[in-house]
Structure formats: C-alpha cells, structure tokens
Design a protein around this ligand. Structure first.
Ligand SMILES: C[S@@+](CC[C@H](N)C(=O)[O-])C[C@H]1O[C@@H](n2cnc3c(N)ncnc32)[C@H](O)[C@@H]1O
Length: 285
C-alpha cells in the first residue's frame, strides 16, 4: 500500500515541528512562508485550504526548500531576489543580500539633492547588486552613474539589475579596486563598504557568514580598511560642494570621521537608521 500524500495542513505541521526542533523562532510563520513559496500560493491560501493534498512534485519542492532553510539559507538567497527601496534586485553568490538599513544612504542623498530633475552624476563604490546606485537613478530620471566592484560576478548582476529596472542607459559598471581607476567628478559618491572587523566574522549569524560573500563583509583587522582605501581618492572625485555618503558599522562614526578628515573632507552629517544607530556619515569636499 502506498502512503497517502501529505496535505497542506500536515506539511505545515511537519515543517513547523522541524523549525521548532532546530531552534528557529516563529516556526509556524516560517512554515507558512515555506509552503507559500514552494507551492506558489499566497500565505492566506495556506490556511484556507489545509485539506488540499500535495502532488508528488510539490512534496519534493517543500522537502528541498525545508532542507535549505534548516541550513539557515535566507529565503532571499533561495529565491535569488530581494526587494530594496521598493525595487526588485536579483542576487548572486558574489553579491551581498541588500539590507533595509542601507536605504538610509538613498535617503541621505535625496535630502541633500532635492531637485530630482538635475542631471547629477553619481558614483557607487562596492556596488554589489547595484542597489544603491540603481535606487538613486530611479529617483533622478536625468542622472547618470557608475557602479564599481572588485567582484566581476557582482558587476554582472548589477548590470542585469540595471536592465531589468530600465535604467541601463544611465548606469555603467566597472570591475575595479575602489575608485583608483575612476576618472571624472561626481555630485555624490556613495559606498557601503565591507566594515566587519575580521576577528568578528566567525561570530556573525550563520545566515550572514555562510551566505554573504566574504569580500562584502571583511573590513580588515579593525573593520576600517575600506574607508582608508577609499578616502584618499575622494577629494579629486567630488565636484565643489559634492559629498560622500558612506554606510558605517555600529560604533565606527568617530573613527571613520577621522579618516575622512585626514583626507581633507569635512564631515557634516550623521544619519541614523530605523533602530536609532548612526548608520551613514556624510562628508563634503
Ligand atoms: C557591504 S557590500 C555592499 C554591496 C551593495 N552596495 C549593498 O549596499 O548591498 C560591499 C561591496 O564592496 C565590494 N568590494 C570589496 N572590496 C572591494 C574593492 N577593493 N574594490 C571595489 N569593491 C570592493 C564587495 O565585493 C561588495 O560587493
């Protein structure tokens, strides 16, 4: 006799029990999202049709997704996409999974450059998925920008995202070591560089240390190596009055401000994230 196929309701119970046993918080909510994702259903449908049996292929999809999530793989990585600034970005193994806190940089730019019609020029150092540059270009329809990353795979993903978002004509990308090879002047330079101190990386959550690329996290012995590498080029890259807006790690504000001041920039703004932590420093030429 063959086993009856599980139903949505029994699969939900099984997945919730597995998440609970593995120590995940909110196991039932996780199980519901898992089923909705694997079956291509809205979350509400998971509750409204508990008796619906799963086809063999669906059962296999649920089991495979459960294994990946139990291994702490973020759902965004499984799906290969992440929403940032209300836009959808494709991820790849070479890109950071963009974080909502980084939207603080986009806000900092919008506040300082209120005329959305000007043909501003932007530079994004360590572009990853391109999320910062492309979100900014989506807000300024006449602006252009360059995104730079040392990871060729990230640059490929950023280009694909630019095409998908309809801003590819205004965005160019380069594989390079920070701004060393970049020519020209920009109204704003943005960066979310790697800023985790190397010794702190093993203590990061598994979701981060296992699935985000090391190059996107590792800021060297004190977490500040990238700021030092970027700072020296900033004066030549900014138009008079132009500014640099950088994401920083918790507690790094004074140290990064000192690095920027040493490069001849004047720090004139700190922006806090949703948790009230200073997340972005703004410095002017
Ligand atoms: C924290 S991630 C930020 C990615 C994206 N801007 C975001 O906010 O999601 C840092 C990025 O810097 C890139 N990177 C690291 N070292 C670099 C270097 N020497 N030159 C250029 N980019 C670099 C990494 O590959 C990674 O994409």
């Amino acid at each position: 006799m063959t086993e009856p196929h599980p139903t949505i309701g029994s699969a939900l119970d099984t997945a919730a029990a597995a998440f609970g046993a593995a120590g995940f918080d909110e196991p039932r909510r996780r199980a519901r999202r898992l089923l909705a994702t694997a079956l291509g259903l809205a979350a509400a449908e998971i509750f409204s049709r508990p008796e619906r049996p799963l086809a063999t292929a669906e059962e296999a999809r649920v089991a495979a997704l459960l294994q990946r999530l139990l291994a702490h793989e973020p759902l965004s990585r499984v799906l290969g996409r992440r929403e940032f600034w209300g836009l959808e970005f494709t991820l790849s193994a070479d890109t950071l999974d963009p974080r909502p806190d980084s939207e603080t940089i986009v806000e900092a730019v919008l506040v300082r450059l209120p005329d959305r019609e000007r043909p501003y020029r932007f530079l994004d150092l360590g572009t990853g998925t391109g999320c910062l540059l492309l979100a900014i270009l989506a807000e300024y329809r006449r602006a252009t920008g360059i995104g730079v990353d040392v990871a060729a795979g990230a640059v490929r993903t950023a280009r694909r995202n630019a095409e998908h978002l309809g801003v590819a004509r205004r965005a160019s990308f380069a594989v390079a070591d920070w701004a060393r090879a970049v020519q020209g002047e920009f109204d704003a330079v943005v960066a979310n560089p790697p800023y985790i101190a190397t010794p702190a990386i093993p203590a990061l959550p598994i979701e981060v240390r296992r699935y985000d690329p090391q190059r996107a996290l590792d800021g060297g012995a004190d977490g500040l190596a990238a700021y030092r590498a970027i700072a020296a080029d900033l004066p030549r890259l900014l138009v008079p009055g132009g500014f640099f807006a950088a994401e920083i790690g918790t507690g790094q504000a004074d140290a990064v401000a000192a690095i920027l001041a040493q490069a001849g920039l004047r720090v004139d703004g700190q922006v806090r994230d949703l948790a009230g932590i200073v997340r972005v420093l703004v410095a002017r030429r």
